[in-house]
Ligand binder design. Structure first.
Ligand SMILES: *Cc1c(COP(=O)(O)O)cnc(C)c1O
Length: 347
């Protein structure tokens, strides 16, 4: 199912990137130690770096963004609590309801515009203190929004959502798996985007192009609780500097180039826009994700992805009639231009 043949232009996800030579060299040379019983110096360097970049006291490295999100929920909430989130978000749709399975939480979903919530929609969504009801504890925001075709929140929108949440007594968590894309696309610093949140999750294995890893970022007290939960969830890793070095290298060398991915996504979208049987979720993508609807008369999403594969392009069926393309580090301008030519040739 997963092709490794390099002749394919792989636009299924920004997680398909392979570590570059420079990244592999950095991983090979990384000083390491046992990060569970003691410390791993490379992990400490990564955690310090990302905490500073996001303007928070502390950070903790984990194997996946699912784990950083689920541990954030667990630390912010207690069993029987409720959190608010957007109905298309990753935490609700793509983590097996881990919040319910692992931490006894319930989610209240609110549908935004391309995944983005407005503060007006949240009025009345905190439950009264009443013995019939769960306690509402937390607001989760996804920036950029994956199912929302990589849509970015403006800083002022994030600020007003968090102001509302804090004044309602809630905590705030940002699923920033692609926060680096949001920052590069808008010019809003990582620190400014993070400032209104109590916790932030970022992924190094998406657009940044590292092979493994995510960080959860927040106050020193929050992160020490998260460290305990990480051991419980099986995320304590030993000589983990080997993979943390890939993340450090990605931060250092592969962040500013995200603008190129965004430009590539706009090129793909403009080619798709010329096809009458396709409708883009967002005509001009904000970042590196392009989602489009396929007319039933033309066939299903799976049929389209099969036919694109015949032309050497791998894409992801994202619903019965929708397809996702994601640009990333391992797709060149030439390959994007070739993909655009193929897309333009479709009817
Ligand atoms: C990829 C992703 C995650 C984390 O996924 P993992 O595969 O567990 O690392 C979380 N949120 C969003 C929006 C994502 O795209």
């Amino acid at each position: 199912m997963f092709e490794t043949n390099m002749q394919f232009i792989d636009l299924r996800s920004d997680t398909v990137t392979k570590p570059s030579e420079g990244m592999r060299a950095a991983m090979l040379a990384a000083p390491v130690g046992d990060d569970v019983i003691d410390i791993d110096p490379t992990v400490v360097a990564l955690q310090d770096r990302i905490a500073r970049l996001l303007g928070k006291e502390a950070a903790i490295f984990m194997p996946s963004g699912t784990m950083t999100n689920q541990i954030a929920l667990r630390v912010h909430c207690s069993p029987g609590d409720e959190f608010l989130c957007e109905s298309g978000c990753h935490i609700y749709n793509y983590e097996q309801g881990g919040f319910a399975q692992l931490s006894g939480l319930v989610a209240k979903t609110i549908t935004g515009q391309n995944g983005l919530l407005d503060v007006e929609q949240l009025d009345g969504s905190v439950r009264p203190d009443n013995e019939h009801m769960v306690h509402t504890r937390l607001l989760c925001i996804e920036n950029t929004h994956n199912r929302g075709a990589g849509k970015v929140y403006s800083l002022s929108r994030v600020q007003s959502l968090c102001e509302w949440a804090h004044s309602a007594g809630l905590r705030t968590h940002m699923d920033g798996a692609r926060l680096f894309n949001a920052s590069v696309a808008t010019g809003v610093s990582l620190e400014a985007y993070s400032e209104p949140f109590d916790s932030i999750s970022v992924c190094f294995s998406k657009g940044l192009g590292a092979p493994v890893g995510s960080c959860l970022v927040g106050s020193r007290d929050f992160i020490s609780k998260a460290r305990r939960a990480r051991k419980l969830f099986g995320g304590g890793m030993r000589q983990v500097g080997i993979i943390a070095a890939g993340a450090l290298f990605a931060l250092e060398h592969q962040m500013s180039r995200l603008a190129e991915d965004h430009e590539h996504a706009r090129l793909l979208a403009s080619a798709i826009d010329e096809c009458k049987s396709f409708q883009l979720a967002d005509k001009v993508p904000d970042t590196n994700i392009v989602i489009f609807h396929v007319d039933k008369n033309r066939g299903t999403a799976i049929q389209l992805t099969e036919s694109l594969k015949q032309d050497g392009i791998l894409s992801l069926p994202f619903g019965p009639q929708s397809v996702r393309l994601v640009t990333h580090h391992d797709v060149s301008r030439d390959q994007i231009e070739h993909a655009c030519k193929v897309l333009r040739g479709l009817e």
